[in-house]
Design a protein around this ligand. Sequence first.
Ligand code: SF4
Ligand code: SF4
Length: 270
Amino acid sequence: MLESPETILQGAEILQKILGVQTCYIGIEENKPDAIELLREKTKGRSAMAVISLHVKYPQGAEKQLIKAITGREVPPGGLPMDVGSVVQNVGTAHAVCEAVTRNIPLIERVTTVTGFGIRQPKNLKVRIGTPLEFLISQCGGLTDHRVKVIMGGPMMGIAQHNLEAPAIKGTSGVLVFPLGDIFLEEEGPCIRCARCVDICPMNITPCHIATACEFEKFEEAEFYGAMDCIECGSCVYVCPTRRHLVHYIKFAKSVITARKRAAQSAEKK
Ligand code: SF4
Ligand code: SF4
């Protein structure tokens, strides 16, 4: 946003034109005042665009949460943003759209944050898609320890990597590296029905019920309790006093439900 504001705004205008969108809201959390100020300056005179300063909150980047925070509209369970007349794109996508349309450049690189106590010199890097994580880490002064945990993505939703040959992909927003001493491996306990996971869930579903249904392979029940609406934010796991692997169960339930639906659809076609 600070380095390429015009490219982002041009990309947003192209998206507006293609999709027939009347107003484009650019939501930025208030802990980035420099980006808010710059984009407000750049959008002066663009009447169909507004920059909205948002409270810092997690999770807020998911499309349903953003729509609620900016417009007050609620996407119904199982629904899509278009059901409430909205479409959400991130600034990286707007940038990529402008590059593709005006310069004929496909998506070949992205900005990635390489950070964590396991990295000697944390940096934001512009990386070619396909670059091995090992190379990114070497560009940041290397590791502080020979035993580390590497996560591709953010601290709540990122995925641990098996080795450093894994490539940066178009969704690699960050690479987090933790020394082993900073990692807590806690045993999973039984659900004590405290409902903390239910209270915290931004999608208003019941993670404890979905996880239990999944454990007993009752996937219809998991779907009934809203498994497919889970945005995998990890908030439920964070608050669970017995460290239930709730997101793991829910992801598994989602994959089984999706596979069953696909199988049913292809059986219908035959
Ligand atoms: S927070 Fe954990 S222990 Fe509490 S109801 Fe949810 S799954 Fe059960
Ligand atoms: S990860 Fe947990 S808290 Fe987040 S949406 Fe899914 S069930 Fe709700």
